[in-house]
Design a protein around this ligand. Structure first.
Ligand code: AHG
Ligand code: MN
Ligand code: MN
Length: 344
């Protein structure tokens, strides 16, 4: 039998991110295509941010923009640029009702009535921004929710935003690293794309990513050790003295990069509560929830030491949380300490 002419190409099928998002619609029978349209706003923005990050060392863009963000942290110019680009690319999509960013104190409500503003997009426009000065990776994290009340009449936008992470319709991140990588989930597994800078296209690299169930890398800001609660200190002492496996440590200081490594290689990333950050440092809506959705979709686990991250109902927009995220086996081990079941 002669070979079908297309089979030779099918083996090496080249799938763009746009194509992939469209194809994912088959899992959502009621999908109208508007969700794909929304996600393409995110990809468009991240390509522009990627290009800007690449030029950061060339143009006079480094340094402090001269004020602090709502979290009381130093804002750098690229944070503002990334924030603005995401706003611009998403605000005119027609189906985005609310935009909320780590960089803005209040959400931006675009459509407060009718079905037009069906989706809410939350983002950390530039994660790990202090890495920019030293040529280390930075990223963008996003999360998509659906407005609860799709009927007509004014809606309470804050109530719509403060949904537990389990209700996310999509989540993802982009790393502007040695290459630009886009990772996303809509609840049907986790998929990874790499940007071809020549054509400006995100191409499918790995579909249905699975996080290794165990791993030997732990990732934590060790300087905070004296400030961690005793159960966390005990857990860290335990894994450091473990022989099988013998652990090693990696810490980039940008959640996107530390999480990405954990997703691919396994292990654990933790940012526990400290005396300085009694609720934890990372933001529940912009950082913990989207990463938790991706981790769980890849077979991993995410907790704050007591509760599953995805079940936490936020009580404010910029709420912070402790985070223990990674391979199921190790996160469960951490939990056995934080829940007081183990003390050794
Ligand atoms: P951002 O740049 O968006 O403020 O986020 C920085 C976060 C996160 O990316 C990282 O995991 C963490 O801060 C690192 O904190 P420490 O410097 O306290 O270790
Ligand atoms: Mn961040
Ligand atoms: Mn940020």
């Amino acid at each position: 039998m002669s070979e079908h002419p297309i089979s030779r190409f099918a083996e090496t099928r080249m799938v763009t991110l746009q194509q992939h998002i469209m194809e994912q619609q088959k899992y959502h029978p009621t999908a109208t295509g508007e969700f794909s349209w929304l996600l393409s706003g995110v990809t468009q923005a991240t390509k522009i941010i990627a290009a800007k990050v690449r030029r950061a060392g060339l143009v006079d863009i480094l340094g402090d923009a001269g004020h602090e963000n709502v979290q009381g942290e130093e804002v750098q110019k690229l944070d503002l640029f990334a924030n603005e680009i995401l706003m611009k690319c998403l605000a005119y999509r027609g189906n985005v009702g609310i935009l909320a960013s780590e960089e803005n104190e209040n959400p931006i409500v675009l459509h407060d009535t009718g079905a037009a503003g069906r989706y809410i997009v939350l983002f950390d426009p530039l994660d790990g921004s202090s890495n920019i000065d030293v040529n280390m990776p930075v990223g963008t994290i996003f999360s998509v929710l659906e407005r609860q009340n799709t009927g007509f009449g004014p809606r309470d936008s804050l109530t719509d935003i403060l949904q537990p992470g389990i209700r996310q319709r999509a989540a993802g991140y982009v790393i502007y690293g040695s290459s630009t990588v886009f990772v996303y989930t809509t609840g049907q597994g986790v998929h990874l794309f790499t940007l071809d800078p020549a054509s400006g296209t995100f191409l499918l690299h790995k579909e249905g990513l699975e996080m290794p169930p165990a791993g030997k890398i732990y990732s934590v800001n060790e300087a905070n050790f004296p400030d961690f609660e005793p159960p966390v200190q005990n857990f860290l002492k335990k894994i450091k003295s473990s022989k099988e496996p013998a652990f090693t440590s990696r810490y980039v200081g940008a959640l996107v990069a530390d999480f990405h490594r954990t997703l691919l290689k396994g292990g654990i990333f933790l940012y526990p509560r400290t005396a300085k950050a009694p609720q934890g440092k990372l933001r529940l809506l912009y950082e913990c929830s989207p990463m938790a959705f991706i981790a769980e979709q890849a077979g991993g686990m995410a907790t704050d030491g007591e509760h599953r991250i995805l079940e936490k109902v936020p009580s404010s927009l910029h709420e912070r949380s402790a985070l223990f995220i990674g391979s199921r086996n190790i996160v469960e081990e951490a939990l056995s300490y934080t829940r007081g079941e183990r003390k050794d």
